[in-house]
Ligand binder design. Structure first.
Ligand SMILES: [Zn+2]
Length: 125
């Protein structure tokens, strides 16, 4: 009798272990500022998405530079490569206005991460 009892308790233990802990399936990206452990800090910029590929986008925006010699301003375009978290992959497309924030360098050219979408292409028209 004692042996059978021991067996039954063991089975119960294994069943409990099988129960999977709840995982947020929205994003498994560790380089996500919301779900992962990537800290976004520093400067923020807003720009239009010009290219998009897997986990990466490029934005462009215009800014004014003062040229002292001519005492005038000139338009200048700045391009920034940013990390696109997996959870925002479907949401953001080329032509959208988005906000990026500085983070630790993720690669040679990427040191920004997408924080949020401001306006989609259709809304802007
Ligand atoms: Zn995420």
């Amino acid at each position: 009798m004692k042996k059978t009892e021991a067996k039954s308790t063991k089975k119960k233990v294994s069943k409990v272990a099988e129960a999977k802990p709840k995982i947020d399936r929205a994003c498994k990206d560790k380089d996500c500022p919301i779900h992962g452990n990537l800290k976004a800090r520093g400067r923020t910029f807003e720009g239009v998405v010009t290219s998009k590929s897997h986990k990466r986008i490029a934005i462009e925006f215009e800014r004014m530079i003062y040229i002292r010699k001519y005492e005038r301003y000139a338009k200048s375009r700045t391009k920034i490569h940013a990390r696109l978290p997996v959870c925002m992959d479907k949401e953001i497309n080329i032509g959208d206005l988005i906000k990026v924030q500085e983070c630790r360098p993720l690669s040679k050219i990427i040191h920004f991460v997408v924080v949020k979408k401001i306006k989609s292409k259709e809304e802007g028209k």
